[in-house]
Design a protein around this ligand. Structure first.
Ligand code: ATP
Ligand code: LTN
Length: 333
């Protein structure tokens, strides 16, 4: 039997953080053994916000290196840069024509990024169109490769829902063409919260760098950020919903050290935040250090070769699917 296909990607914007790692990349590393895996650096998604071209080029390579240093094995998985396969943009155009504006304006990510929650109707006029139809590009990414499973963090759920909706809508209108994918989310890693605000997810585009632990943070910075991380009232170390800041810190501790939350609670009975935070900083540093050593050893040229080979491998698959779509809708192929 043929292996099932997984597809996922991260935009080369901002600093990749432990939320991206625990919510997405860590799962990819596990899944790549079982699935035919395709991991993309989605540079076309990154330009939905203004980017410095030099910085974008640098980040694109850096994200690919982060995938590899995290354990994505180019021998097992295919890695490529989204803009190297123009079929993504082409399929997006076609999918635009079967998407309703209401479906896009309901996306929470759109509302957040457009800061529409302020209720300021004028704000909408200045929102780049790319922020609005960004999900359709993601739908195209996924549907081009007959993806069965999409491993992402919880914030992407709505985007997977619209992927399913559009795949079904196209299939209904033009006949069976796309595989309808499923989302793959893990319980604890699915939503790592901001260190400075445990009510919002940790985010690369957060205003303050005290929101996240970046994968390239130094030991000193990790200690400083953890020291400053918001905590809840009270002094005991407990894993409870009414202590969202602490729950988030325990989750990070637990996932990076593979220690159950209950065991962490037990370890800190009679101890306070200072002890817990000191140890948490060490857990993070113990994870980051070998990761950063692997990252530093990667050769740019070699990684660019891996990415070029990846694009060469997937482009014919993308073309085949796109040609099928074109034929079905009546284009002369
Ligand atoms: P931005 O703030 O620029 O939107 P981001 O930090 O949300 O960036 P994305 O590029 O949108 O990162 O996400 C890449 C992957 O990481 C996605 O699968 C997403 O679900 C996951 N992810 C992002 N933030 C978190 C988080 N805080 N917890 C768990 N997973 C996350
Ligand atoms: N929009 C996603 C990144 C992304 C993606 C994808 C994830 C773009 N294309 C395809 C999975 C599958 C995000 O995390 N912001």
């Amino acid at each position: 039997m043929q292996k099932k296909i997984i597809f996922s990607g991260i935009a080369p914007s901002g600093n990749i953080h432990i939320g991206n790692y625990l919510g997405a990349i860590k799962n990819w590393v596990n899944l790549q053994n079982e699935y035919n895996s395709i991991f993309c650096v989605v540079d076309m998604h990154a330009i939905t916000m203004p980017r410095d071209p030099k910085e974008l080029r640098k980040k694109t390579l850096e994200v690919a290196k982060i995938y590899i240093a995290s354990g994505i094995d180019p021998e097992k998985s295919t890695l490529f840069i989204q803009s190297h396969v123009p079929e993504h943009a082409e399929l997006m155009w076609i999918l635009n024509t079967i998407t309703k504006t209401g479906e896009l304006s309901r996306m929470t990510q759109f509302k957040d990024k457009a800061e529409l929650s302020t209720g300021d109707s004028k704000a909408l006029e200045n929102v780049p169109l790319g922020i609005f139809n960004y999900p359709i590009l993601m739908v195209a990414d996924i549907l081009l490769y007959d993806t069965n499973l999409v491993p992402v963090g919880e914030d992407q759920l709505q985007h997977i829902e619209i992927t399913k909706t559009l795949a079904k809508r196209f299939n209904n209108r033009f006949g069976d063409t796309f595989v309808v994918p499923e989302v793959h989310i893990t319980k604890e890693g699915m939503r790592i919260m901001g260190l400075d605000d445990p009510t919002k997810k940790m985010s690369k585009s957060a205003k303050s760098e005290y929101n996240y632990i970046a994968l390239n943070d130094s030991e000193e910075i990790v200690r400083k950020k953890i020291k400053k991380a918001v905590t809840d009232s009270g002094s005991e170390i407990v894993y409870r919903d009414d202590k969202p800041a602490l729950k988030n810190l325990i989750n990070i501790y637990s996932l990076l050290s593979e220690t159950p939350a209950k065991e962490i609670e037990n370890k800190y009975v009679g101890k306070g935040y200072a002890d817990f935070k000191n140890d948490l900083a060490e857990v993070i540093i113990n994870f980051l250090k070998p990761f950063q050593e692997r990252l530093a050893k990667l050769d740019d040229k070699k990684v660019l070769e891996i990415l070029a080979e990846g694009a060469e491998k997937v482009q014919p698959l993308a073309k085949k699917k796109l040609d099928e779509v074109k034929r079905k809708i009546g284009f002369i192929v």
